[in-house]
Design a protein around this ligand. Structure first.
Ligand code: FES
Ligand SMILES: [Fe+2]
Length: 332
């Protein structure tokens, strides 16, 4: 994930950093997304400080012009243009208001791997979105998001989460490129949040490489968990409110991660308030996570020889790290 669709309006050129590489994103006249190395091949100035010339970009240091495929098509004061005068481009696409880039071998870019995030502009949903920058390795945030037992401690204040999350285990299933985590939060058997719970909620999320969380939380009238045998609820079970959260971790550089997230609630009268409340709670909760994880990163850096010890709740993080390690190995 490199940007929101809404950021690329008109002639805007959006500088970003992904995997330590400076890139610039913009929208071509036909609406497609161009993703280019943000580094002129002449004297390495940022192209994002240049200007658009149709679908091309002109570097505003000495005026070299680059077509959308990265080829240099004009060098002021010189007729011949060596073929080596070009900048790297990367495959990019947008889906659900999210812009995705592929930083690897362009021949291996696969649109089928773009995660099915729900986000800004998706029909039937009210959505709001934002991002957060972390001074931490993305894998530490993956660990956090694949083990919700931390809710009981880190999010006592923001979510008012009780011991429920630490005392119970969700169902964890391995997927091809991630894991699926599912659980019921019921009104009767345990108090999940400090606020009075009057309904049952089923939460299911897919956590996909490199760090994509796609989570659907559906509220039902009390008793739904029992009626579903504490298993996945039937699609036609009457719902009260549906919340979808899409989150994406983008490694920017070493121990630097940009965390994009959106919350959506099903479109229905009054649900704008639910969305506003959810966003406020999310900002508070993510600040709690950030303080803990950046602190953890500092402690790890102070003595990288110290090994962590893993326990029962670490099965999600352990499985996710395994998926990532296996896919990295397969790609080598
Ligand atoms: S650095 Fe871009 S034209 Fe010279
Ligand atoms: Fe958290």
């Amino acid at each position: 994930m490199a940007a929101w669709s809404s950021e690329l309006v008109g002639e805007a050129m959006m500088p970003r950093e992904v995997l330590g590489e400076p890139i610039v994103l913009y929208r071509a006249a036909d609406g497609s997304i161009v993703c280019m190395e943000d580094r002129c091949c002449h004297r390495l100035a940022p192209l994002s400080l240049g200007e658009r010339d149709g679908d091309a970009v002109r570097c505003l240091y000495h005026g070299f012009k680059f077509a959308r495929d990265g080829a240099c098509v004009e060098i002021p004061g010189q007729k011949t243009i060596p073929r080596s005068a070009c900048v790297q481009t990367y495959p990019a696409t947008e889906k659900g208001g999210w812009i995705w880039v592929w930083m690897g071998d362009p021949a291996r870019a696969n649109l089928d791997l773009v995660p099915p995030a729900i986000g800004p502009g998706d029909e039937g949903w009210l959505t709001d979105q934002s991002h957060l920058d972390y001074d931490a390795d993305y894998q530490l945030i993956n660990d956090n998001l694949t083990d919700f037992s931390h809710l009981s401690y880190v999010h006592r204040n923001s979510f008012g989460a009780t011991e429920f999350f630490a005392d119970t285990r969700p169902k964890v299933t391995r997927l091809d490129r991630g894991i699926r985590i599912q659980r019921w939060m019921t009104s009767d058997t345990s108090k999940v949040m400090e606020t009075a719970e009057t309904h049952d909620r089923f939460q299911t999320y897919d956590y996909l490489v490199p760090g994509i969380l796609l989570m659907r939380t559906t509220s039902y009238p009390a008793g739904a968990a029992q009626a579903s045998g504490h298993d996945e609820p039937a699609e036609d079970l009457p719902k009260l409110i549906e919340v979808f959260s899409s989150q994406a971790l983008t490694p920017i550089g070493a121990q630097k991660t940009r965390y994009y997230f959106s919350n959506s609630v099903n479109e229905a009268p009054g649900n704008e308030h639910a969305l506003a409340g959810l966003m406020a709670m999310t900002f508070a909760a993510f600040a709690e996570d950030k303080a803990m994880i950046e602190g953890q990163q500092r402690i790890i850096n102070a003595d990288p020889t110290r090994k962590e010890r893993l326990f029962g709740h670490d099965s999600g993080p352990v499985q996710m790290r395994r998926v990532i390690a296996e896919l990295i190995e397969a790609e080598q």
